[in-house]
Design a protein. Structure first.
Length: 450
């Protein structure tokens, strides 16, 4: 994803760019790269020809003279932009290719919208500061050249225009904290990177994924699409309704189904997960990157680790960036499939994005409903366990007592019933394997009836 950062002079766009660099992201400083182009004989000749004067000596460019020419008239400004930007775009593409392994790249440029360069970006950020704040900064930064600097703003579009055109606005006025805004933006980037397909639905209307605007604290559901059919569609709809305090969210069950079917057809995707997100204002539906453990992985089993992390409200499926980041950090640091959440009493309640069951002497143990997100797959697996006449106890397992159990398994939308091989340093043997396989087969049989 290529993100353009722009803003009026002295808005602090370079400050924001450096923060992204500090966070580990690569930033292309377009204005600095543009200055290097004046040392090109080819570019200097092209500009001189169009300008009708020997404006640039490529062996020793006079940047004061160049600036005076650029900001003398809109026509001069356009002349320079039209010559430089095709070359600048080529350099940017080369830089982008060099950093192709990075999911998000940033480009800082003063004239993104004015030059039409915004078309090359997946998203744009406008850094905003009130005009009085910017003038104070400009005067402090350039006390002897204030008027010349101020004159340059004549060729930049007004803040309200740029803010309206930008996908995201970061207010950098010295009062509003910028880090929460940056965190919100990165959360949105992460979610957009996760979107699959050419189209999403926003309030039942097809649109491009750039229209996705939710960042944090929204309600959501993830529904598996298997052979073009949504799995347990009604149950997911009802849980989203429950998460919204049983208040309507602009969609009845029929339109819910129809929207999902529309998404399947227009994207021509038939086996993937759909995310439904709602923030009390907008309802979004879109396909997301989905991973389904294959048969070999199921046989091998998942490695997991415990962590003292808890959901704010286990019974409501609400996106929380802090919670998700904490769980992902533990998961990546330990190179495991999932993180088991441990409460203040040392009890394992659920996985960070799954539910968990333990087996001991052919008895199944899982945390009670009030301590977990009541997963749709979990509910169906519980029905399967009852049909198989296996004893089920709603009781959380203490993290210190794992070694006394015969086995454990996870349940979830993408993983069905997934045996746990190892929790931290403790590895289960195969004592509970047959029982877990029976539960898995029973659940799959029920799912295939849909």
């Amino acid at each position: 994803m290529l993100v353009g950062i722009t803003g009026s002079i002295a808005s602090g766009k370079s400050v924001i760019s450096r923060i992204f660099e500090t966070l580990g992201y690569s930033v292309f400083y377009a204005d600095d790269e543009a200055k290097k182009l004046y040392y090109s004989q080819e570019i200097a000749a092209a500009i001189n020809k169009k300008a009708g004067t020997d404006l640039i000596d490529f062996t020793k460019p006079d940047f004061v003279k160049i600036a005076e020419f650029i900001f003398l008239s809109p026509e001069n400004n356009s002349l320079i932009v039209n010559v430089l930007y095709p070359f600048l775009t080529d350099i940017l593409r080369q830089w982008q290719q060099k950093h192709s392994s990075e999911s998000v790249l940033f480009v800082e440029a003063a004239m993104i919208f004015e030059s039409g360069w915004n078309k090359i970006f997946n998203m744009t950020i406008c850094v905003f500061a009130d005009e009085n704040v910017r003038l104070q900064r400009l005067r402090a930064r350039n006390p002897y050249n204030f008027e010349n600097c101020l004159a340059r703003t004549r060729f930049q579009w007004k803040d309200d225009v740029k803010c309206r055109l930008a996908d995201f606005v970061i207010t950098n006025d010295g009062v509003s904290p910028v880090m929460p805004q940056i965190s919100d933006f990165l959360s949105r980037c992460e979610q957009m990177e996760n979107i699959v397909g050419n189209y999403i639905l926003k309030n039942h209307q097809l649109c491009d994924k750039q229209e996705y605007t939710l960042q944090n604290a929204f309600l959501y559901e993830v529904i598996r699409i298997k052979n073009s059919k949504p799995v347990f569609c009604v149950e997911h709809y009802e849980r989203l309704l429950h998460s919204n305090n049983d208040k309507p969210f602009g969609c009845d069950i029929e339109s819910f189904r129809n929207d999902i079917q529309t998404l399947i057809e227009v994207n021509d995707i038939h086996n993937c997960n759909v995310k439904v997100a709602y923030d009390s204002k907008d309802l979004f539906m879109f396909f997301i990157k989905s991973y389904y453990p294959d048969e070999e992985y199921h046989k091998k089993g998942a490695d997991v680790v415990c962590a003292n992390i808890m959901r704010d409200n286990p019974n409501v499926k609400r996106f929380n960036q802090t919670y998700r980041s904490n769980a992902d950090r533990v998961k990546n640091a330990n190179d495991v499939y999932e993180v088991l959440l441990v409460n203040n009493d040392g009890e394992i309640t659920e996985g960070s994005k799954s539910n968990v069951f333990f087996v001991k002497d052919n008895v199944i143990y899982t945390a009670p409903d009030n301590q977990v997100l009541i997963g749709i797959t979990r509910s169906k697996v519980i029905e399967t366990i009852k049909k198989l006449d296996i004893k089920l106890v709603f009781k959380p397992v203490h993290a210190d007592e794992i070694r006394f159990y015969d086995g454990a398994f996870l349940t979830g939308t993408s993983i069905d019933v997934f045996r746990i091989r190892r929790i931290g340093d403790f590895e289960f043997d195969d004592k509970a394997l047959n029982l877990i396989n029976d539960i898995s087969k029973g659940y799959i049989a029920e799912m295939n009836k849909l």
